[in-house]
Design a protein around this ligand. Structure first.
Ligand code: HEM
Length: 167
């Protein structure tokens, strides 16, 4: 009985060793022949996460969400208070954006940087002025004027992006 057990153990050890040798040989052959390995290298196994938003991009996203909603309900008198609150949010985002520098600033030669940043902040001021005037119109219940003023925001954004957004 013990001898049979001994044989069984010896056979198991032999099979295990053979399997390990064969696996090692296959791995060596795969890398030697250039055959694709079954496991992707760690660098390709996961997609890189998207770069986090810059502080200015965060403010721009607040502007984007807020102006979209405002445009949809600007002349709705039942949303007057909500629209005033939205305009306060937009004014805060513009004011916070003014304190930040666009990424493109890092590509501007030192000699032009002061003007670039002054022009950027002046463009943001125009946006804030527009929000202030729209808010006055909404508070006065002058929704036609509010809508007309709102149509100036798109061109201000377009001009701002053309001059101050990195490619
Ligand atoms: C209501 C008007 C505006 C809206 C809705 C708006 C929206 C946006 C959006 C959605 C982005 C991309 C954010 C991202 O990729 O995550 C962006 C980026 C940017 N916007 Fe605006 N924008 C507006 C006005 C302006 C104005 C007036 C200026 C300049 C004075 C400006 C300057 C920039 C810059 C420089 C970037 C790139 C961000 C960076 O450099 O870090 N935007 N904007």
């Amino acid at each position: 009985m013990n001898i049979r057990l001994l044989h069984l153990a010896t056979a198991t050890v032999s099979i295990l060793s053979l399997t390990m040798v064969t696996n090692a040989q296959e791995t060596q052959q795969a890398s030697a022949t250039g055959a694709p390995s079954l496991q992707p290298p760690p660098s390709q196994s996961k997609k890189l996460p998207p770069a986090p938003d810059s502080p200015l991009e965060k403010q721009m996203k607040i502007l984007a969400r807020g102006t979209k909603q405002l445009s949809q309900q600007l002349s709705n008198s039942s949303k007057q208070q909500e629209n005033i609150a939205l305009l306060e949010t937009l004014k805060k985002a513009a004011s916070d954006a003014k304190e930040l520098n666009p990424r493109k600033a890092t590509q501007i030669p030192q000699s032009d940087l002061e003007k670039f940043l002054a022009d950027y902040r002046a463009q943001i001021d125009k946006l804030s002025d527009a929000f202030n005037q729209i808010e006055e119109a909404v508070k006065a219940g002058n929704y036609d004027r509010a809508v007309t003023l709102m149509s100036t925001v798109g061109p201000l954004k377009k001009e701002g992006h053309k001059n101050f957004k990195a490619d």
